[in-house]
Write a protein that binds this ligand. Structure first.
Ligand code: KG4
Ligand code: ZN
Length: 356
C-alpha cells in the first residue's frame, strides 16, 4: 500500500506519521515539549530546537515501526517547512532531506497552516470514505470552503478552493487567539499552555461577569485583534497604577469569572468572523483547525451558529487540532499535482501576515 512519512517540527511538538494514499493513518507519534517550556510560560525557540534535535530520529523511528513500514517502502517524505520557528523548522527539514538523500525518495514541502485545514478533509473522509472512482469534481469532502486556523501562532481566515489553493481573507493584526489564551493564563497563575487551563476554569465561571472588548466584531473586515482584550483582563485584575497582576491574590470564583468572560469574548469574535467570512465568500462550508479549535465552548457555539446560518461545519477532531504530523497527509495532494520539492529547498519561518 503506498505510504508517506510526514514530519512536523514547526513549533514545540516533534511529530511524525505514516499515512497511506487512502489517508489511513498507519503510525503517528507526537512528542510534546510542554514540560520544557512551562516554567517560561511560553515556547523558548532555542530550547524547542534543541529538543527537536534530540527527539526527531526516535520519533520517526517509532512512527515507522508502528506502521510496520521501512524507509525503502515509502513513496515520499513530507515535512512542514512554513510557517514556524526557524530553529524548529530547520531540524525537521534537515531530517527529511537526509532521509531523501539516503533513500532517493521525493521530498514534499508542506504548509503547516494548510495542513491544519486538511485535518478536516481527513476526518470527513474517515466518516464517509470516498468512492474509488469519484469524479474529478467530487474529489473532496470539504473543499471548496472557508478555512479557519485558530492556533497559538495564527488566527487566519482563507478562501480554500482546493487543499492546495488558499487565498487569505483576513487574520489577526496582533496576538493569535491561542497566544491570548496563553498570556491571560499566565496572568491568572495557570500553567502553559493556557488554553486547556482557562477552558477548565471557565466551566465554573460566569461569562457575563466582565464585559470585555470584542474587537472588529461590528465591522465588515475579516480581521481579529486580541491585544486589547488581553490588556482589559490585566486591568480587571489590577488597575494601571495597581500592583503587578501576577502578585494579586484572586479567589477561585474570581479566576473562574475572569476565565469565563475572557473565553466568551474570544469565542464571540471567532464565531462572528467565521460566519461573516462564509457570508462574504458565499461558500457553503467552513473548516476549522488549530489548537484553539479544541476549545469546547468554541466548538459548541460555532456548531450552533453554523446550524442557524445553514453552513456545513467541519471542525478537526480534538487530537488533530493541536500540532501533529497526521495532517501532513496533505502531501499526497501536492504530489498528485506534481509539486514535489527540490532538495535545496529552504525553510520559510515568516508568519503570513494577512491583517491590514
Ligand atoms: O495548533 P497548536 O497546537 O500550535 C500552533 O500551531 O500554534 O495550538 C496551540 C495553542 C496554544 O496557544 C494553546 O493554549 C491553544 O492552542 N489551545 C487551546 C485549547 N487547547 C489548546 N485554547 C483554548 N482552548 C483549548 N481547549
Ligand atoms: Zn499548528
Amino acid at each position: 500500500m503506498p505510504a508517506l512519512l510526514t514530519i512536523e517540527t514547526t513549533c514545540d511538538e516533534t511529530a511524525a506519521a505514516v499515512v497511506s494514499d487512502s489517508l489511513e493513518v498507519r503510525g503517528a507519534v507526537v512528542a510534546s515539549q510542554d514540560e520544557l517550556h512551562r516554567r517560561f510560560s511560553g515556547v523558548v525557540p532555542e530550547i524547542a530546537a534543541r529538543a527537536h534535535l534530540e527527539r526527531i530520529l526516535p520519533v520517526i523511528d517509532t512512527a515507522l515501526t508502528e506502521a510496520g513500514v521501512t524507509l525503502a517502502e515509502l513513496d515520499a517524505i513530507a515535512v512542514a517547512t512554513t510557517p514556524g520557528l526557524a530553529g524548529s523548522l530547520l531540524v525537521g527539514l534537515a531530517a527529511a532531506k537526509a532521509l531523501c538523500v539516503a533513500t532517493g525518495k521525493p521530498l514534499v514541502a508542506v504548509n503547516h497552516l494548510h495542513a491544519h485545514i486538511y485535518a478536516c478533509e481527513m476526518a470527513a473522509r474517515q466518516a464517509a470514505p470516498m468512492e474509488p472512482a469519484a469524479a474529478e469534481t467530487d474529489r473532496y469532502r470539504v473543499f471548496p470552503c472557508v478555512g479557519f486556523i485558530v492556533s497559538g501562532g495564527h488566527t487566519n481566515l482563507y478562501r480554500c478552493d482546493s487543499p492546495i489553493d488558499f487565498t487569505p481573507l483576513g487574520g489577526t493584526i496582533d496576538d493569535a487567539a491561542g497566544e491570548a489564551f496563553d498570556k491571560v493564563a499566565t496572568l491568572l497563575g495557570m500553567p502553559y499552555p493556557g488554553g486547556p487551563a482557562i477552558s477548565a476554569a471557565a466551566e465554573k465561571g460566569d461569562p457575563r461577569a466582565h464585559r470585555f472588548p470584542r474587537s472588529f466584531l461590528k465591522e465588515d473586515r475579516l480581521d481579529f485583534s486580541f491585544a486589547g482584550l488581553k490588556t482589559a483582563v490585566r486591568y480587571a485584575i489590577s488597575p494601571p497604577t495597581g500592583p503587578d497582576p501576577r502578585t494579586v491574590e484572586l479567589s477561585e470564583k474570581q479566576v473562574a469569572d475572569l476565565a469565563a468572560s475572557f473565553q466568551q469574548a474570544v469565542v464571540d469574535c471567532l464565531v462572528g468572523k467565521a460566519i461573516q467570512a462564509t457570508r462574504a465568500t458565499n461558500l457553503p462550508k467552513l473548516c476549522v483547525g488549530g489548537g484553539v479549535a479544541a476549545n469546547r465552548r468554541f466548538r459548541k457555539q460555532l456548531t450552533a451558529a453554523c446550524g442557524k446560518a445553514r453552513i456545513e461545519l467541519h471542525i478537526a477532531p480534538p487530537e488533530l487540532c493541536t500540532d501533529n504530523a497526521v495532517m501532513g497527509a496533505i502531501a499526497w495532494e501536492l504530489l498528485a499535482s506534481g509539486r514535489a520539492a527540490e532538495l535545496d529547498i529552504d525553510i520559510q519561518p515568516g508568519l503570513v501576515r494577512v491583517g491590514r
